[in-house]
Design a protein around this ligand. Structure first.
Ligand code: XMP
Length: 529
């Protein structure tokens, strides 16, 4: 299959690069820079992209690669650190830049450069570097500059080598997508045939072959990922599949019953469905634990333990399915990129698991690809497009120790928040349709892609009636994003926010303050922990 290889040198945007390549309908995988030259050859990529990274080519312990990489006859695009590495390896000079650039930076490209075909001569690029390419390797020509970076890009088209100091994968680089398309289509000669229908068919066939007559246990959370995984599996192997839904007591208000209504015996799917109510067990294990990574690990581990116990009750079970998706895999620390959070599906996996194998049919998909696969599988839109809810649930929306009291507070606050947003969005749609003749549903521009209430670990003084209060502060989070790797704060109307805050303080016991989180991602993450 036509593919592009992204080699990870520790950059935070590595998965974004892969995501952008897939937007070009070309399959793409991220591998650590430790991948061998033989492995690269056997993958037979149409092109290779070297990511950025925090290293410096001068430093002994910085990730590197042998010069052979540039002699494979496969086009290479170096980004940021990857660009410097290319220059350094091929005899150019990399130095500490007199002025480091960070953020939006005006860029001028040479219009005749192969990589910049039909790219505007002047545009904004996203820079983040302290070193720069001071002199080019032999055979290269300069192809772009910024005020403080004379070699903001270089290329050697005869050898298929291209390098950019800026980040084309980040939305702030205005011409970034065009540049990546030029590389993928024009330079690497990709045709762009990667589609979701082929993924669904291929996966069903592969799952059938892999599983044979084995029995499969699926971890169903009711979220988009595990729902798509479960339906994919049920299409592949039917009744060999048993879905277990662990209610860890860290779900949103009423969520356990809602999941049961859809996937249980009364729902539209013919799944073997088992609900395990394990809240007390999780609360016990989380008692006194405040460190986010430890909380994630405990929840992840206990999750597996509960499955093991359930599997034993079922008798012989060969496979365990999990709805892990590609961002989880990458963000949990692939090769040398810094671990931001260990997602509970991956990072918390214990070493000894009582199953023959773990099956993760969505492991190579990004979120929007999972949704698209869900639609192909005939899963109703309201399930496919529901906002994501993390595996560790409210455990990572409560900063500090998790207690039943805090869970109750965050559940109630979150329910009010969701109710009000849904009502306001409904009103907005009604007003829209009243004023227009066109049919169809549109959403208010501020409608967040993901929003939730979280409980800060902070208590502060307030006044209610004539009395002093000393209660918790709830934080409201709302972001707009398409890929969940970068996100902007949603501009929820101010009156709506204050109305929600009033209701939360009035109706939820133990809360006397409501805060709105204004941080985008990066530098923040979407969840609090
Ligand atoms: P962050 O907080 O990393 O979240 O910006 C990005 C997206 O991932 C979701 N998320 C998780 N999903 N297990 C999951 O299945 C997890 O451990 C986990 N942590 C974060 C988060 O809700 C957001 O949509």
């Amino acid at each position: 299959m036509e593919n592009i290889l992204v080699m990870d040198f520790g950059g935070q945007y590595n998965q974004l690069i892969a995501r952008r390549v897939r937007e070009c309908n070309v399959y793409c995988e991220v591998h650590p820079n430790l991948i061998s030259i033989e492995e690269i050859r056997s993958m037979d990529p149409k092109g290779i992209i070297l990511t950025g990274g925090p290293g410096s080519v001068f430093k002994e312990d910085s990730p590197t690669y042998s010069k052979e990489l540039f002699e494979l006859g496969i086009p290479v695009l170096g980004i940021c650190y990857g660009a410097q590495l290319m220059a350094h390896r091929l005899g150019g000079r990399v130095e500490t830049a007199p002025v480091s650039e960070y953020g939006k930076t005006p860029l001028r490209v040479r219009p005749d450069a192969r990589l910049f075909k039909e790219v505007r001569e002047s545009s904004i690029s996203w820079m983040s570097h302290t070193d720069y390419i001071a002199s080019l390797p032999e055979g290269f020509v300069n192809s772009a500059e910024t005020e403080h970076c004379p070699n903001a890009a270089m290329e050697n088209p005869a050898k298929g080598l291209y390098a950019v100091q800026f980040h084309p994968e980040v939305v702030h680089t205005e011409e970034g997508m065009k540049i990546l398309r030029n590389f993928v289509y024009d330079i690497c000669g990709c045709e762009g045939k990667w589609r979701m229908d082929s993924f669904v068919e291929k996966s069903i066939a592969e799952l059938r072959e892999k599983i044979g007559s084995g029995r499969v246990l699926c971890a169903l959370s009711g979220g988009v990922d595990s729902s798509v995984a479960a339906v994919l599996l049920s299409k592949a192997i039917g009744e060999q599949l048993t879905c277990v839904f662990v209610d860890h007591g860290l779900l949103r208000k009423n969520e356990g019953d809602e999941v049961e209504a859809v996937f249980g015996p009364e729902g539209p799917y013919k799944l073997n469905f088992i609900r395990v109510n394990a809240a007390e067990h999780f609360y016990e294990r989380l008692k006194g634990v405040t460190e986010p990574e430890q909380k994630r690990k405990i929840i992840g581990e206990e999750f597996i333990r509960v499955f093991e116990a359930e599997a034993r009750k079922l008798g012989q079970v060969d496979f365990l399915v999990q709805g892990t998706i590609y961002p989880d895999v990458i963000e949990s620390g692939l090769g040398n990129s810094a671990t931001i959070k260990s997602h509970h599906n991956v990072g918390g996996l214990p070493e000894h698991v009582d199953f023959k194998e773990i099956v993760e049919p969505l492991r190579m998909l990004f979120k929007d690809e999972v949704r698209s696969a869900g639609l192909k599988l005939g899963i109703p839109e309201h399930l496919v497009f529901r906002q994501p809810f993390p595996g560790p649930g409210l455990g990572i929306r409560i900063i500090g120790e998790v207690t039943p009291e805090k869970i109750k507070i965050v559940q109630e606050a979150d329910a009010i928040y969701r109710e009000e947003i849904a009502a306001a969005a409904g009103e907005w749609r009604k007003a829209q349709s009243a004023g227009s003749n066109t049919a169809g549903v549109s959403n208010p521009p501020w409608l967040p892609s993901q929003y939730f209430a979280a409980l800060t670990n902070m208590r502060s003084v307030g006044v209610m009636g004539d009395g002093r209060t000393y209660d918790y502060a709830v934080a409201l989070r709302a972001v707009n994003t398409t890929d969940f790797m970068t996100a902007d704060v949603s501009a929820i109307p101010f009156e709506l926010l204050t109305h929600i805050a009033d209701r939360i303080v009035a109706e939820v016991r133990g809360v006397n303050r409501v805060l709105y989180d204004l941080t985008s991602k990066p530098p923040g993450t979407i969840e609090m922990e």
